[in-house]
Design a protein around this ligand. Structure first.
Ligand code: PGA
Length: 250
């Protein structure tokens, strides 16, 4: 049986003070989270040291929200994989729709980043998902397939076995609109079937998270679906009570 993962994507939110109290709150509620659920948080880079110190020895892992595809050098404002390793990150979110749409990250750049994260021994959380107009035009599967194909072509199917995919319909991110459990399951099953065409073993293993306005109130129904293996949580990850509500719904 696949492990459930609930990962918080804090985006560009928080301060030293708010993060200290958020982490205290999450740690205090972790005894209620079941054994088959792993929990992670992805803070802004500048708070990684704080998060690492606060979570060391706990059951909560942490990760970056992005990484450079380059190893080091003259890349002002970028963060290298080795730097994330320096702060004991376990995960790296890559290809989030905000990175794709606001910062122009192409499928190819995302595929390169996937390779960099794996080569460094960390777990990529690869985000895929369609825009509203793409869904309405019936292109959801084609869009998700194209995003996946770039990663498969660059990395090979085996590279997905120990990775994580997050299906995040862009129209559901931060909008309060959630894909229905059926809509989400349909795309998750599509992703798994697509991978199964190349390797059934990898398809059985890969964790596929749902992201897009997942909250304590809708998490149980989403997570009850056979191909939904957890959540990538934005807004609801910023409140300990809400985040724990999702972790315990799993
Ligand atoms: P949301 O964000 O939960 O606020 O919709 C999810 C994400 O963007 O990862």
């Amino acid at each position: 049986m696949r492990q459930i993962l609930v990962a918080g994507n804090w985006k560009m939110n928080g301060s030293t003070a708010s993060i200290a109290s958020l982490l205290d709150g999450i740690k205090a509620g972790m005894d209620k989270v079941q054994g088959n659920v792993s929990v992670a948080v992805c803070p802004p880079f500048v708070y990684l040291q704080q998060v690492a110190s606060a979570l060391e020895g706990s059951k909560i892992a942490w990760g970056g929200q992005n990484v450079s595809s380059e190893a080091s050098g003259a890349f002002t404002g970028e963060i290298a994989l080795d730097m994330l390793k320096d702060f004991a990150c376990h995960y790296v979110i890559i290809g989030h729709s905000e990175r794709r749409s606001l910062y122009g990250e192409s499928d190819e750049i995302v595929a390169d980043k996937y390779a960099v994260v794996r080569a460094g021994g960390l777990k990529p959380i690869l985000c895929v998902g369609e825009l509203l107009e793409e869904r309405e035009a019936g292109q959801t599967e084609a869009v998700v397939a194209k995003q996946l194909d770039a990663v498969l072509a660059r990395n090979g199917v085996e590279a997905l076995a120990d990775g994580v995919i997050a299906y995040e319909p862009v129209w559901a991110i931060g909008t309060g609109k959630t894909a229905s459990p059926e809509q989400a399951q349909e795309v998750h099953a599509f992703i798994r079937a697509k991978i199964a065409k190349q390797s059934q073993e990898v398809a059985d293993k890969v964790q596929i998270l749902y992201g897009g306005s997942m909250k304590p109130g809708n998490a149980a129904d989403l997570l009850a679906k056979p191909d939904i293996d957890g959540g990538l949580i934005g807004g609801a990850a910023l409140k300990a009570e809400d985040f724990l509500g999702i972790c315990t719904a799993a």
